[in-house]
Design a protein around this ligand. Structure first.
Ligand SMILES: [Fe+2]
Ligand SMILES: [Fe+2]
Length: 189
């Protein structure tokens, strides 16, 4: 797989975790008392896989190389992608606070969970579509072969660095397990 294929495969994993988050939040909003630990696991996936692992490769490698080849970073598609990564972090921190609380789900917490989870779900689904359909094809068009060789080699080093490879595989299994339990095929909440 080349680096864009790797990123798109990761999008499919993230989409499964998002469907689990949507299913979990909707059920809790309707009164279910699902374990907090499952929300904590979802948050750990969003922080360590969707953000550190996936957005990390985008920001530190792909986007950086695009900027080095003339793509503006203070406006246009890259600025939008970076702003959406930041908004995803903000919503994840709201989810992390809710996961860390030990008290019962109150109606106020159930509502906050639904709002943050819905916000994250909608944000990431549209973000992923923009990258798959617009940004990555743009990168394919604008970057020369030498840039792709550099990206491939930096991706390999990033992914091989311990404990990253084992952690990514563990988080992919976690997302799959949570999606089996809470996931929904519906596109919208
Ligand atoms: Fe992204
Ligand atoms: Fe992405």
């Amino acid at each position: 797989m080349n680096s864009l294929q790797v990123l798109m495969e990761e999008h499919r994993v993230i989409e499964r975790a998002i469907s689990a988050l949507a299913g979990y939040a909707r059920a809790v909003a309707c009164g279910a008392d699902h374990p907090r630990q499952d929300l904590a696991d979802l948050v750990s996936f969003l922080q360590d896989y969707a953000d550190s692992h996936h957005h990390g490769k985008e920001e530190d490698i792909l986007f950086r190389v695009m900027v080095e080849h003339g793509m503006p970073v203070d406006g246009g598609p890259l600025a939008v992608m970076l702003a959406e990564h930041r908004e995803g972090r903000r919503l994840t921190s709201v989810l992390a606070e809710l996961a860390a609380e030990e008290s019962e789900w109150s109606s106020e917490r159930r509502r906050r969970l639904l709002l943050a989870a819905m916000g994250y779900t909608q944000l990431l689904r549209s973000h992923i579509q923009k990258e798959d359909r617009v940004l990555y094809p743009m990168a394919t068009q604008m970057l020369p072969e030498s840039a792709w060789q550099q990206i491939e080699s930096e991706f390999s080093a990033f992914q091989a660095a311990p404990p990253r490879a084992e952690q990514a595989a563990r988080l992919e299994r976690l997302a799959s397990n949570l999606a089996d339990r809470y996931g929904t095929d519906e596109e919208a909440m």
